[in-house]
Write a protein that binds this ligand. Sequence first.
Ligand code: FAD
Length: 433
Amino acid sequence: MAWDFSTEPEFQEHLDWMRAFVREEIQPLETLINELEWDQMMRAMEPLREQVKERGLWAAHLDEELGGQGFGQVKLGLMHEILGTTPLAPFAFGNAAPDSGNSEILALAGTPEQKERYLHPLLEGDLKSAFSMTEPNSAGSDPTLLKTAAVKDGDDWVINGHKWFSSNGSIADFLIVMAVTDPDARKYQKASMFVVDVDTPGVEIVRDVPTMEHPQESWAKYGNHAEIVYENVRVPGSALLGAQGAGFLIAQQRLYPGRIHHCMRWLGVSKRAFDMLCEYAQLRETSAGKLAEKQTVQNWIADSAAQMDAARLMTLHAAWKMDTEGVAAARREISLIKFFGAEVLHDVIDRALQIHGSLGYSTDMPLEGMYRYARAARFYDGPDEVHRESVARQILRGYEAPADGVPTEHVPTRRAAAREKFSWLLEAVTSND
Ligand SMILES: Cc1cc2nc3c(=O)[nH]c(=O)nc-3n(C[C@H](O)[C@H](O)[C@H](O)COP(=O)(O)OP(=O)(O)OC[C@H]3O[C@@H](n4cnc5c(N)ncnc54)[C@H](O)[C@@H]3O)c2cc1C
């Protein structure tokens, strides 16, 4: 029997250290986010980063030769569950998005020169990056419809297109751009990735798009989402990342593990909201008793616990499958956890916010921010509907309509078959002698 839900004691020690470190040293910094400029916050975190490096937990998503730990997805998942409890923790551990995902792409597909020029400084924190795929004028949930094109001109490529929601695009030093290079190729071989320096002529960062997360218009702040026009952007052949036409393949290698990390981080957020829910249930009283004594509240607590446990086991199982059978083998599991995890995150935060009433709606609690964060999880990185469709399609491949047009479990038909099959037995057990 190989089933095992335990964590190796040495790794559990790391997790215990991380949990205390994140709770005591990083979470309090969250409350100063509005007082400090972003680079001041990063400077304040420098000593914390040093501690993480000394502990050997820096950039753990990368392989050892790149300064990471080569932990694999199950261990990374358990780490991300702790990192998810505060938006600042991934910076202290060298795996904040989108730089972490972009570093994975560069590690996976970059040439030695690209690694030297972009990956190593990215890991050192000397460069910032963005991933530029989604377009305002094509459905991001079906990137095979991308319109941005890169056309070969001598040894160069010339890129034209319009992107938006390129997170960190306005503070990035370089952009990883997805563009169609082979319009007549098969669906998933049409696009390629390019590394484009942000100061290349023709790259215009139009604006940072105000969102539900950052409703006020702002410019060049960490976590903003840039709208970018690429107009006759000429890059050398060496800007191609990976093979021509391999854009979707590389994206898949990056997005699948990334979804495990998202889902585990969401569980970290959910657990924090759940703790607030349970604590407030014990704190708030009405004339008929504490909120904790109300059955509705008890249902919220039990349902949240069940949903979080289910999401956690499903996600760790997907991670285990990826570690043992490879990224592609976990496709169904990844789609399952993406929409299920986003729903759990939303539901738990919603209940926690509801129990706090006006306090939950106010910025005196972190719940309103968590709620806004949760809303986007249901469509970025693939909308719920697309993941549900993908899961259902994969499952349906294992079924076909019965040739005789009668459902396999149709009782009268089965009864007739059973009578025929067991006729001798029926005769024996129903005769009187
Ligand atoms: C916070 C945040 C950060 C982001 N960061 C980045 C980034 O760094 N780089 C980047 O390139 N992009 C980024 N995005 C964009 C994100 O990946 C896209 O929004 C996402 O892929 C969906 O694409 P779309 O917005 O074009 O929606 P569309 O594809 O237009 O879909 C709209 C809606 O249509 C419905 N729908 C779509 N397909 C189906 C279907 N098959 N069946 C039923 N319904 C369907 C869904 O409800 C969906 O929400 C970010 C988005 C957010 C919110």
